[in-house]
Design a protein around this ligand. Structure first.
Ligand SMILES: Cc1cc2nc3c(=O)[nH]c(=O)nc-3n(C[C@H](O)[C@H](O)[C@H](O)COP(=O)(O)OP(=O)(O)OC[C@H]3O[C@@H](n4cnc5c(N)ncnc54)[C@H](O)[C@@H]3O)c2cc1C
Length: 319
């Protein structure tokens, strides 16, 4: 129950940190509240990564995929292989509830207590969706995660948002037989950040009317069979069976604050940490992976945050 390092989060970057700790003979434990690479497991079934497989490699294990950009199932297979090849020590389906700092850290989970000299937090941002905060959002027809298009065949679907996830969902449900797909977009246009090979596709489907769209518009109310939308031309009501709210996700700031990590007052609420060591304002707690960007969830990816593992473990060894 005592370790040099406890890594919280068995995402790609948490695994990378554990491998680095193992390579340097530090005792370690990974704890994740879900399955191995839980966030990836919850991505849409038919998704393809925008990174090529070599950019997703960790622990010097080659990632070979059928095409240059791997699918979700290839990525799951790959990270399973990484975890078993390195024989990583991990407790899955165990949630970290609190961390108390004394002479060493006491990590409380929903199952047990552990002690560690250092903590690496690689908890990502995929657990907390941005809410629409409108009446009817609690209805079962409102989804903040999308899996596959089949349930929406023959249905009137509203997709909220205009970034990559929303665009992928609108195109896929349209192509797989949804009766009507309507995009409700707060901004005046499809996001500039949408993958350059996908953006013209959605824009042309909107132009030809295959996918309906309301820009500069917001849902104001959801009922069993309709949505109310505030548009620049006034409030309208649309027949609706499902609302797919692809409005993005955010890190669990309340957990960070609870364990003493300060949240920056910059526009992205970046959790306070030293870029050169990745250590937070709490001596001995490090951040790794996408959580480092706060609300700027497109700053860090797997491919550019793999390096965090080496930076952190070399700082731990120095200290
Ligand atoms: C649809 C989609 C497509 C993407 N495509 C790409 C791509 O092509 N290339 C790329 O580089 N990046 C891509 N990304 C971003 C990529 O998913 C993230 O970069 C990656 O998952 C980040 O890894 P991570 O280890 O930092 O966090 P995550 O993978 O999110 O891992 C965090 C882990 O922490 C666990 N956790 C959280 N809180 C607790 C707690 N209290 N106790 C225990 N465990 C906890 C979670 O269960 C989770 O397993 C994509 C993201 C999305 C949403």
């Amino acid at each position: 129950m005592r370790f040099d390092v406890i890594v919280i989060g068995a995402g790609p970057i948490g695994l990378c940190c554990a491998i680095e700790a193992k390579k340097n003979n530090l005792s370690y434990l990974i704890i994740d509240k879900g399955c191995l690479v839980n966030s990836l497991y919850n991505y849409p079934k038919n998704m393809t990564f925008f990174s090529t497989s070599d950019k997703l490699e960790i622990g010097e294990i080659p990632f070979i995929s059928h095409n240059a950009k791997p699918t979700k199932s290839e990525a799951l297979e790959y990270y399973r292989r990484v975890a078993s090849s390195w024989e990583l020590n991990m407790n899955l389906y165990e949630e970290v509830i609190d961390i108390k700092k004394g002479d060493e850290f006491e990590v409380k989970t929903n199952k047990s207590n552990y002690f560690a000299r250092k903590i690496i937090l690689s908890t990502g941002f995929y657990d907390l969706p941005y809410k629409l905060n409108v009446e009817g959002e609690d209805l079962p027809k409102v989804k903040h995660y999308y899996d596959e298009p089949h349930p929406y065949f023959g249905m009137n679907v509203a997709v909220v948002g205009a970034a990559n996830s929303a665009v992928d969902v609108a195109l896929e449900t349209y192509r797989k037989g949804a009766q009507e797909v309507t995009m409700i977009v707060r901004e005046p246009s499809i996001s500039e950040s949408v993958k350059y090979w996908v953006k013209p596709d959605v824009e042309n489907r909107i132009k030809e009317g295959s996918i309906k769209s309301y820009f500069n518009s917001n849902i104001t109310k959801i009922t069993e069979d309709s949505i109310h939308v505030k548009t620049p031309d006034g409030e309208i009501t649309i027949d609706n069976d499902f609302v797919l709210a692809m409005t993005g996700y955010q890190p669990d700031f309340s957990f960070l604050k609870k364990i003493g990590i300060k949240i920056g007052d910059d526009e992205h609420n970046t959790p306070v940490h030293n870029d050169e060591t990745m250590m937070t304002n709490v001596e001995g707690i490090y951040l790794a992976g996408v959580i480092c960007g706060g609300l700027k969830t497109n700053k860090w990816f797997i491919e550019n945050s793999r390096d965090h593992a080496e930076i952190i473990v070399s700082d731990i060894l120095k200290k």
